[in-house]
Write a protein that binds this ligand. Structure first.
Ligand SMILES: CC/C=C\CC(=O)SCCNC(=O)CCNC(=O)[C@H](O)C(C)(C)COP(=O)(O)OP(=O)(O)OC[C@H]1O[C@@H](n2cnc3c(N)ncnc32)[C@H](O)[C@@H]1OP(=O)(O)O
Length: 719
């Protein structure tokens, strides 16, 4: 797993071999130990180069090993042996040097990077810290502020930035290994004392305490309950204030706490889940590896409201040429201005030229005749969308993929309005579409695997976490959101306040509780949907029967607020009050509290004390329960799909892994028991009725989440 060669007569070349990213598995670590020893004991070898095969230096420790008993030589003494070597060791960095990979490079005496390489210590995003000496060496090399920034954010830097920071000694546009060998020859015989980073003191920093105080505060605020960023700050503080050996001891202690934490397990699960959703499969048996995407060179967006504009920007930024269609001239001109502005700002942030010429604007749907794929983003109205789909079917060249950005309408119904339903899929973006990571690719029974493959590939190109899901009301994300919101409404009826519910959810780790989120997205959105469903009844009926609609408990609270014109931030009033319409700072509203009091009195409801635990159990377990229904229905292929959707699109705290992972951590039996408990108390609430899949999983011994797929298949075959 580490190959040894002698090159240029006196350079020992060690090549890490562990595809695809040369992760530091036990075998690779053993290989490094053996080959370094061989190079150091060979009198003909004057210097050593370490590189990785296939254009990548090293993706870090092997994350797959974390869950098991670690064997093989540990990283810390291995890196220490390299740093202590009496011959210069040069790291030749191509592709990536991340985590343990960069820590290995920091143990080398010199680092040469290719100009396209990226370097970083992303352990924090896996719930860890750079504990192979990285938290102690990096601050000594580049200073405390820069090291804090890299280690607490986990961001990857370019070779140019790494050179500027002093992480690498040289950047090359040519063959990195050749450059490193040449460099290794040039430094053979030089004193290595100044090159051993662990022997350096940390560069002096004025007001060290104030700096750490400030960073710790910032990290606590943005971490929302995640423990790794805090441990990262503590480890760097040890580097800045303690001798190296004591700093390493502190690094070890902090890592020991993180390593076995539920947060590290959750974050590592997220890492693999994000990759697993790319290996999509459909109930028909179609799969990612047997379905070839069609090439997409030219795309079109129909309808340039908020969503259409964001989608146009996301497409143009991938380098596609885009036809953006809006039938009204005024709206088209406004959209053009807005899209150009977004493209310019995005390009400035990324340091590239804006793709302004990539977008052609038109009022005429005929302009899309030769595109490969269309994304329809007109108003959420089935009649309007049907008309657009019929027009597109007549105008587009044969084989053009027709995608709808609907968030609520039936993709199958739209597909059935076209002569080629196999070419229709949903592409459900989230606002703002050029920023939000999530994309639900919605297939119907007649969508072809090729159409799904094409939409998934396009999503990947746009940098989205793309998840293929089946067609149903609300797809996956919004379907699960419904019981979560309804439970929050019921809690208000029973005595909670929006502040209490939001605080419980925000302490859990959501960036916004359900009511602050509702104020942000607009209460009128749900009102319109409930009206469409025939749930909204005007009038002042009171009592229990007024709160049972279509045979189930219903809370009209949201409707009543809308009748008052309280649509949230945009009107300056909603579940909270705001200084003015459009303002973002939510303040508690005495009006709302007396309104809730009057509402309860009118309906004969007696307010009771509700604690955070009940808020979490009722809102989150109702949402999770719907997730089990979704799995049972085959709408999501596995729990990873649901978790990626919730973490990347709905603010579920990443360090809790997603709702299904959370259920697995809490224990399926406990989730079932609490749902049964609440269902007994609220028999008129169907979403508290435990899903049969949850019951069956508990009955079969609550298998761990990575075995759910097998268990679900087995349980289905027994039905
Ligand atoms: C004492 C502790 C010391 C050190 C701690 C650490 O080092 S923790 C690990 C730190 N490293 C990372 O966080 C890097 C993780 N990897 C990545 O960011 C990307 O994979 C990378 C290297 C930039 C490559 O990206 P790319 O888009 O090209 O590939 P992809 O992400 O799809 O990965 C390809 C397959 O490789 C698997 N993989 C990647 N990194 C690791 C790893 N460190 N350990 C194990 N496996 C890894 C990844 O899961 C993919 O597998 P697949 O089966 O194809 O889905």
């Amino acid at each position: 797993m580490a190959e040894y060669n002698r090159v240029s007569e006196c350079v020992g070349l060690i090549t890490l071999r562990n595809p695809p990213v040369n992760a530091l598995s036990a075998a690779v670590r053993q290989g490094i130990v053996d080959t370094v020893q061989r190079a150091l004991s060979d009198p003909n070898v004057k210097s050593v180069v370490i590189c990785g095969q296939n254009g990548i230096f090293c993706g870090g420790a092997d994350i797959k090993e974390f869950g098991s008993n670690m064997t093989g030589p540990p990283l810390i003494p291995m890196i220490h042996a390299i740093e202590s070597a009496n011959k210069p060791v040069v790291a030749a960095i191509e592709g990536s040097a991340l985590g343990g990979g960069l820590e290995l490079a920091l143990g080398c005496h010199y680092r040469i990077a290719h100009s396209k390489a990226r370097l970083g210590l992303p352990e924090v995003s896996l719930g860890l810290l750079p504990a192979a000496g990285g938290s102690q060496r990096l601050p000594r090399l580049i200073g405390v502020p820069a090291a804090l920034n890299l280690i607490t954010t986990g961001r990857h830097v370019t070779a140019a930035e790494a050179l500027q920071l002093g992480i690498v000694d040289q950047v090359t546009d040519h063959n990195t290994v050749d450059a490193a060998v040449k460099f290794a020859l040039s430094v053979a015989g030089r004193s290595l004392d100044p090159r051993r980073i662990s022997t350096h003191p940390c560069p002096q920093q004025p007001d060290l305490d104030a700096l750490f105080e400030e960073v710790m505060q910032k990290v606590r605020q943005s971490a929302r309950g995640a423990i790794a960023p805090i441990a990262c700050v503590q480890a760097v503080r040890a580097a800045a204030t303690l001798p190296y050996a004591q700093g390493m001891e502190r690094e070890r202690e902090l890592m020991a706490t993180l390593f076995t934490s539920g947060q590290a397990r959750a974050l590592q699960y997220c890492f693999f889940a994000e990759r697993a959703v790319g290996r999509w499969r459909m109930p028909s048996g179609a799969r990612w590896d047997t379905s070839k995407p069609r090439p997409v060179h030219k795309a079109a967006v129909i309808g340039l409201g908020t969503m259409g504009r964001g989608i146009t920007v996301a497409l143009a930024q991938t380098g596609l040429s885009v036809i953006a269609v809006e039938t009204q001239e005024k709206q088209l001109m406004e959209a053009k201005q807005a899209i150009s502005g977004m493209l310019e700002r995005g390009a400035k942030r990324r340091g590239v030229a804006p793709a302004l010429d990539g977008v052609i604007y038109s009022q005429n749907i005929q302009a899309v005749a030769d595109v490969d794929l269309v994304i329809e983003a007109v108003f959420e109205d089935i009649a309007l969308k049907t008309k657009v789909f019929q027009q597109l079917s007549a105008v587009c060249k044969p084989g053009t993929l027709l995608c709808t950005n609907t968030s609520a309408l039936d993709v199958d119904q739209l597909a059935s309005e076209t002569p080629n339903p196999e070419l229709v899929v949903g592409m459900h973006f989230f606002a703002p579409a050029h920023v939000m990571k999530l994309l639900e690719v919605v297939y119907g029974p007649r969508s072809s695997p090729q159409a799904v493959a094409t939409a998934m590939q396009l999503g990947k190109k746009m940098g989205k976490a793309s998840v293929a899901v089946g067609n149903c009301r609300g797809f996956v994300g919004n379907r699960m959101l419904k019981p979560y919101i309804e439970e929050a409404f019921f809690l208000l009826e029973e005595g909670a306040t929006p502040e209490l519910v939001d605080q419980a959810l925000e302490e859990f780790g959501f960036p916004m509780g359900v009511f602050r989120m509702s104020d942000l997205s607009g209460l009128d959105v749900g009102w319109r949907v409930r009206k469409g469903d025939g749930l909204v009844e005007p009038g002042t009926a009171s009592g229990r029967s007024a709160r049972i609609r279509q045979g189930r408990r219903y809370s009209p609270l949201g409707d009543l607020l809308c009748e008052e014109g309280r649509f949230g931030q945009k009107t300056g009033r909603g579940w909270y009050q705001y200084d003015k319409p459009g303002s973002r700072v939510a303040r508690s509203d005495p009006w709302l509290h007396s309104f809730l009091g009057a509402y309860r009195a009118q309906h004969g409801l007696v307010a009771r004390r509700i604690d955070h635990q009940e808020v979490l159990e009722r809102c989150l377990y109702a949402l999770i329960n719907e997730g089990f229904h979704i799995l049972d229905d085959g709408i999501a292929a596995g729990p990873e799909d649901i978790d990626v959707i919730y973490v990347s699109g709905y603010g579920w705290p990443r360090h809790r892994g997603g709702p299904m992972f959370y259920a697995n951590m809490v224990g399926l039996a406990k989730v079932l028991e609490r749902l049964e408990h609440y269902q007994q108390l609220h028999p008129e609430v169907p979403h508290l009725q435990p899903s049969s899949l949850l019951r069956r999983l508990v009955a079969s011994g609550s298998p761990p989440i990575h075995k759910w797929g097998e268990a679900i298949k087995k349980l289905h075959s027994q039905l």
